[in-house]
Write a protein that binds this ligand. Structure first.
Ligand code: IPE
Ligand code: IPE
Ligand code: MG
Length: 255
């Protein structure tokens, strides 16, 4: 159930269960070095490796990474092609290590835009890692929050029309169960690198009660210490979910 429906405070040691990241700033990182944007994307992959490992060490349960948005198709064709090949090559070369390290891989986003062969690979990587329990890494590829909500509403409508779902009022849990993130807790901590303060059509529904953290650090420079800083900011916050601060301190409210 979504956090907005079923508020819960952070895990016992204060580590967020679910961290969602907009990995932004690769292009600017490269441009600062008078290098092509591709160089920044390659450096960005190294940062992903570090952050996945660190999340597993910290005991984060779910890490969602925004790899390619439904709007990123608007970029120059060569950049889109480069991003796609980096995506495939990185996963292909890392899949066995990820599997060995207990990482469960899951993709969210509209896969129908990808070539059949890539869609098959994605299904294969998910199947290979589906029983792993150390950390779930969710990769948002051709993902948009509007797309996610539309496809959830569509599924509900179709199931009702087919009689697979009884006619009932639309409710928040019903929508959550049909989003691409079904079964995952909502993000506790959202991080956006690269200095922009916007959500750029990421997990719009799921971010209802997420703590937001923005940093100027460009994604390729985001390392273990940067993640520790974001988590200590998270730990210092009081999540109230609509209650008063006093209620939270006294734990008098049934949270
Ligand atoms: C984020 O970095 C990576 C993707 C969108 C895939 P950018 O490529 O957006 O980097 P900037 O924002 O141009 O610096
Ligand atoms: C968001 O970054 C998408 C990803 C990181 C994959 P963008 O760089 O595409 O976002 P905008 O266009 O600046 O909002
Ligand atoms: Mg950007």
């Amino acid at each position: 159930m979504a956090a907005a429906d079923n508020p819960s405070l952070a895990t016992e040691n204060g580590i967020p269960r679910h961290v969602a990241i907009i990995m932004d700033g690769n292009g600017r990182w490269a441009q600062k070095r008078f290098m092509p944007r591709a160089f920044g994307h390659q450096a960005g992959v190294k940062a992903v490796r570090k952050i996945v490992e660190h999340c597993a060490e910290l005991g984060v349960e779910v890490l969602t990474l925004f790899a390619f948005s439904s709007e990123n198709w608007r970029r120059p064709k060569e950049e889109v092609t480069l991003l796609m090949s980096l995506f495939v090559e990185t996963l292909q070369s890392e899949i066995n290590t990820l599997d060995k390290n207990g990482i469960c891989l899951r993709f969210i986003g509209d896969r129908s835009a990808f070539p059949d062969i890539l869609q098959a690979k994605m299904a294969e990587w998910e199947a290979q890692t589906k029983n792993n329990q150390a950390l779930t890494v969710v990769i948002a590829a051709n993902y948009g929050g509007h797309w996610d909500m539309c496809q959830a509403f569509q599924k509900v409508v179709d199931k009702m029309a087919a009689g697979e779902l009884s006619k009932q009022p639309i409710s928040s849990p019903l929508i959550s169960e049909h989003l691409s993130t079904a079964g995952l807790p909502d993000p506790d901590l959202f991080i956006r690198t690269g200095g922009e303060k916007r959500v750029s059509n990421f997990l719009l529904w799921q971010l209802a009660y997420t703590e937001l953290y923005f940093t100027e650090t460009l994604w390729p420079d985001f390392d273990q210490n940067s993640l520790d800083d974001a988590i200590s900011s998270f730990k210092g916050r009081q999540r109230r979910f609509g209650h008063t601060g006093e209620q939270i301190l006294n734990k008098s409210a049934s949270l």
